[in-house]
Every structure is written in structure tokens, then in C-alpha cells.
Design a protein around this ligand. Structure first.
Ligand code: FMN
Length: 302
């Protein structure tokens, strides 16, 4: 039997009411309400960008679905500077109405959102790629900082996770959440060793059965190695990681190419593709991560 001391748990996962200190990170277009429910039931924190509901009414339908299918925690991500201010206010009001337990902010000053969240006891995480922004967000009162390292899926930073996580840990007083290139239980163990309180995993869950990514996208992730990931600002103006074969220059020229849509047809994934070898359900992925974590722990040198 696993003794409590050996359980995969941290002060932050305990505070949030999670079974494991793992978040399935928000992914534009492809995260959905079914993932939020499956994650919640598997004991991890499912996260979805508010804009995955194309309108506030569509976001509300997703929140209602989650509330009808689970009473466990989940999170909604609001990209402050990339969202129309009126839409942001509508999304915040829905997060209040549906009592979303964790709000994740990025790309802007989280101060007004933190004030609003804390009046209701809601937890706020803020996403950063460097210490300067982390310090500002900590001063704004956020409850934890997500450090997005080099190699992460989506808009990634430039600092190696080996440097970023301990650097944030040493310089901040709030908990640190590690993001970037974490796809296995062994990497979860390493992240906790570096000082993380929670891990934030996107690329690993692209291949989950519940994820809205197309079959072609999922099989490209399974087949890809880290050499197939390109860090570029040419797709959206902000540096992010994409699968090389989905970039316009890698596709045969043709009239359809003019219609390629960012994130929908040009697929983002991080260097963590290296360790993704198959598709599975969220429940199976979580079981595997936990098993790998314990095996890695048992295999450490004395
Ligand atoms: C396809 C895709 C879409 C993403 N969209 C968002 C987003 O809308 N908002 C956000 O804060 N992060 C977004 N991210 C970043 C993830 O939330 C997370 O930081 C990242 O996936 C962690 O690195 P990993 O992919 O190596 O696990 C996205 C990542 C991917 C792969």
C-alpha cells in the first residue's frame, strides 16, 4: 500500500482538492468541456480557454455541461490582452455565475481580475515566461505563477525548464507551476524536484481521446520528435511552437493554403512530443503518469 508520504501530492494540489498535482493545460480551439469533466473525475485540473466558446452563449453552454457532470475543480483561462474587453467582462461574469474554481490569466495585468476573484475566494494562476512578469503578477496578488519554459506547446518562453523553475522558486513566495516539455511521470518527478507545486501539461493531452484535435493532428504528435517542432513568431506574431509539417512552407502549394487558419490548420505542440508514443483516454494517461512517477521515484539512485 502507498504510504501518505509517498503519495503524489503537493500543498497546492491538496488546497485545490485535486488527487494529483497535474493540470491539463488550456489549449486554444482543441480543449473542450468533455476534457474538463474527464480531468476532474481523474483527479487532475482540466483547464480551457474561455474563447473556446466562440461566443459568451457558447461558453455558458460549456460551463453548464461541466457543472452538470462533475462537482470537482476545473479552470478557465482568460487571455487578457488578446481578448476584446467586452468579451472579457462577459467571460468573467460567467466564471462568477458558474463559480469556476480556478481562473487562469495571461497576456496582461491580472490586478482587477485578482480583486474580483478574491472577493469570492476564487484561486487565480497567472502565466509568465520570465521573472519580471512573475514578480508583477505576484505583486498583483495571484495565488500561483505558471512558468512557461522553452519547448512548451503554444506561446512558449526561451528559458530552459531546468533554469526557469528553480529560478522562479527561489525568487517568488507564491507556488510555482511548471509548464513546458512535461509529458511523463518521470518529468513530473523532475519538475517537483526543481521546486514546482503543480505541473501544467498541454502537448501530452492533445492525443487524448476527449481532445478536439483532428485525427491527423493527433497522429502527427505521436510520430513527431522534438526536431519537428519549430519556434516561430510568423504564425501569430508571438513566438510559439508548431509542428513543422503543418506550417505553410511545408505544405504543397495550392489555393487551399491561402485559407490556412492559425492554430486550427497550423498545429501547435511542444518538444514534449518526444515522449508521446500513443493515443489514450484522459483516464489512461493519468494512470500512466502516476505509475511512471512512482516507477521513476523507485528507480532513483540511493
Ligand atoms: C495547441 C495549443 C494551444 C494552446 N493554447 C493556449 C491558450 O489558448 N492559452 C494559454 O494560456 N496557453 C495555451 N497553450 C499553452 C498551454 O496552456 C501550456 O502552457 C503548454 O501546453 C505547456 O507546455 P507543453 O505543451 O510542453 O506541455 C496552448 C498549447 C497548445 C499545445
Amino acid at each position: 500500500m502507498t504510504t501518505p508520504a509517498k503519495r503524489l501530492m503537493t500543498p497546492l494540489s491538496r488546497r485545490l482538492g485535486l488527487k494529483y498535482p497535474i493540470a491539463c493545460a488550456p489549449m486554444f480551439i482543441i480543449s473542450n468541456e468533455k476534457m474538463l469533466v474527464a480531468c476532474a473525475e481523474a483527479g487532475i485540473l482540466g483547464c480551457m480557454p474561455s474563447l473556446n466558446g466562440r461566443t459568451p452563449a457558447m461558453l455558458e453552454a460549456k460551463l453548464r455541461y461541466v457543472r452538470e457532470h462533475t462537482d470537482k475543480p476545473f479552470a478557465i483561462n482568460m487571455t487578457i490582452g488578446l481578448t476584446d474587453p467586452q468579451r472579457l467582462q462577459a467571460d468573467l461574469a460567467l466564471c462568477e455565475q458558474y463559480e469556476v474554481p480556478v481562473w487562469i490569466t495571461s497576456y496582461g495585468d491580472p490586478t482587477p481580475i485578482v480583486t474580483r476573484a478574491h472577493t469570492r475566494g476564487t484561486t487565480v494562476f497567472h502565466d509568465v515566461i520570465n521573472l519580471r512578469h512573475a514578480r508583477k503578477a505576484q505583486a498583483a496578488g495571484v495565488d500561483a505563477i505558471i512558468g512557461v519554459a522553452a519547448g512548451a506547446g503554444g506561446h512558449a518562453g526561451r528559458i530552459s525548464p531546468f533554469a526557469l523553475i528553480p529560478y522562479l522558486r527561489e525568487n517568488l513566495s507564491v507556488p510555482v507551476i511548471a509548464a513546458g516539455c512535461i509529458s511523463t511521470g518521470r518529468q513530473i518527478l523532475a519538475s517537483l524536484a526543481l521546486g514546482a507545486d503543480l505541473v501544467y501539461m498541454g502537448t501530452r493531452f492533445i492525443v487524448s481521446a476527449q481532445c478536439g484535435a483532428s485525427e491527423a493532428y493527433k497522429s502527427t504528435v505521436v510520430q513527431a520528435g522534438p526536431e519537428d517542432i519549430v519556434y516561430t513568431d510568423k504564425v501569430s506574431g508571438v513566438h510559439a511552437n508548431f509542428l513543422r509539417s503543418s506550417l505553410p512552407e511545408s505544405r504543397p502549394q495550392g489555393p487551399a493554403d491561402a485559407k490556412l487558419k492559425q492554430w486550427k490548420d497550423i498545429w501547435s505542440a511542444g518538444q514534449g512530443v518526444a515522449e508521446i508514443h500513443d493515443q489514450a483516454t484522459i483516464e489512461q494517461i493519468v494512470d500512466e503518469l502516476v505509475r511512471e512517477y512512482h516507477d521513476a521515484m523507485a528507480g532513483l539512485p540511493n
